[in-house]
Design a protein around this ligand. Structure first.
Ligand SMILES: [Fe+2]
Length: 487
């Protein structure tokens, strides 16, 4: 917007110098290896702000004085008309942004903090929509107009509104990667019966091999980004990455894409990744301990003014480590670069700015180890083996996340912490398969190790497993659980 004004005044050739002089200007989001020498130590983020409802939290965020604010989608609700969901027109999207621009709290935040944004479905213009949305191109133009993307930015020509920037000098770099989970996303698949405790029909895994969330161009770009040097990498995704059990929108509706993301982080040895997400009208911190070889946090801040107001039962989420299941809120990431090992504080804050939940993560905990043992050709991941028919002979490799002894002198080695998870695969280690283990070995001693198993797929209570009866059917290929290349 500022650049347009400058252009009108014939001052365009001064615009670059002026843009770098005023830190409050909206960032263009053009990805370069080293965008800005500013060290980030206070980042605010959030999602789900209905422009027609009061939103006092904009003032609270402005009071927090973030060095950068990340808006993770549903930044306006353009697809609601007369209180009902109705696909937006470009005019209604423009009107929704115009209403948000007039909000004094938002205007104040915009004047004191740079903002980087990505969209979700309601600002994209159509509830739960993806690649098929007819107005996605005008919606992208309106998005860029509102967030001040310069007219000559490559982002204006790119399909999809994904973007990235790196802040800070070597040793103190924070990379911001915002993913577009809408523009390329394949259609969702609906189940036929509600899950217990939910009214709506659930989305069920779309496992078609060509089904995608990011699309190939964005995947290629993401790999390039993850290979750039940075100490901390904040990946913003409008929908949750780690939480996998609720029936709504989430990465696990495309389990092969979720696996691909985890594998990509491992393969690029990208350290310091933290996921920020939105969409769910609740706040929570999820932690996937093994998927990328180090603890992967996903902090969901959803409800700048749309969170459920009364107490809300927490949803099933085996990865949840902290919950803020009601009340409007925003998230903050604080980075203390002064300690010997930089400390990251992941926080959710109430509408008045008070910290509701917090977890502290020393940066060295998020250290990538290159995948030591990638899967050889023909060895399947869990996501792949779950698609194989009963009776088929396969080889599968996975990290053991849960293990226990059951009657019949069998050890169940599970790919999920909770064996009831629909994404779980089990290797049943019978006595005949345990002869080479030390006498004091227990099921627990195998947790965290990566195993490769061969045998025929069988079914137990609808879950897929392989029975291991001889030593030749399995081996431990990594003691660390890193490099399992699966999920
Ligand atoms: Fe959403």
């Amino acid at each position: 917007m500022i650049q347009r004004i400058l252009k009108i005044r014939g001052l365009r050739h001064f615009s670059l110098a002026i843009v770098s002089a005023f830190a409050w200007l909206p960032y263009s989001g053009v990805a370069r290896a080293q965008d800005d020498l500013q060290i980030l130590s206070r980042i605010a983020f959030g999602s789900c702000a209905k422009q027609t409802d009061p939103c006092p939290i904009w003032e609270t965020i402005a009071d927090y004085q973030p060095e950068l604010t990340l808006l993770l989608g549903d930044n306006v609700y353009a697809d609601i008309l007369d209180g009902r969901l109705k696909p937006a027109t470009p005019q209604r999207i423009a009107d929704a942004y115009a209403t948000l621009a007039k909000d004094p709290g938002f205007a104040r935040l915009r004047s004191c903090s740079p903002i980087m944004a990505v969209w979700d479905d309601h600002d994209y213009g159509n509830n739960d929509s993806g690649v098929e949305w007819e107005h996605k191109r005008p919606a992208a133009e309106l998005f860029h107009d509102f967030f001040g993307t310069p007219a000559d930015s490559p982002l204006r020509k790119q399909a999809g509104v994904y973007q990235a920037r790196i802040f800070g000098p070597p040793g103190k770099r924070t990379q911001i990667i915002l993913l577009d989970t809408r523009f390329f996303r394949s259609p969702l698949e609906k189940g036929t019966a509600p899950l217990p405790g939910f009214r709506a029909l659930p989305y069920v895994p779309n496992t078609k091999p060509d089904a995608t969330i990011l699309g190939e161009a964005q995947w290629k770009w993401l790999e390039e980004q993850l290979r750039l040097p940075a100490e901390i990498r904040i990946i913003g995704s409008s929908i949750q990455v780690v939480s996998s059990e609720h029936p709504f929108e989430k990465w696990d509706n495309f389990p092969l894409e979720r696996s691909r993301l985890f594998e990509l982080i491992q393969r690029t040895a990208a350290s310091g990744v933290v996921i920020l997400s939105g969409d769910r009208h609740l706040g929570e911190i999820s932690l996937e301990p093994l998927a990328v070889g180090y603890p992967l946090y996903d902090i969901t801040a959803s409800g700048l003014n749309q969170a459920t107001q009364g107490w809300r039962e927490v949803e099933p989420n085996q990865f949840r480590v902290a919950a803020l299941p009601y009340g409007n809120h925003f998230g903050t990431v604080e980075i203390d670069w002064s300690s010997a090992v930089p400390l990251i504080k992941l926080q959710l804050r109430h509408e008045d700015g008070e910290i509701a939940v917090q977890t502290r993560v020393p940066l060295d905990v998020l250290t990538a180890r290159p995948p030591s043992l990638p899967r050889p050709a023909g060895v399947l991941s869990v996501a792949e083996v779950l698609l194989v028919d009963e009776g088929a002979a396969v080889q599968v490799q996975f990290a053991v996340r849960g293990a226990r002894a059951v009657s019949g002198d069998r050890w169940l080695l599970n790919s999920e912490i909770d064996f009831r998870n629909s994404r779980n695969f089990t290797a049943v280690l019978n006595r005949g398969g345990r002869s080479s283990l030390p006498p004091n070995a227990s099921p627990d001693s195998l947790i965290g190790k990566t195993i490769r198993v061969n045998g025929n797929i069988s079914l137990y209570n609808g879950s897929k497993q392989i029975q291991i009866d001889t030593e030749s059917q399995w081996e431990i290929v990594s003691e660390s659980g890193v490099g399992d290349g699966e999920r």
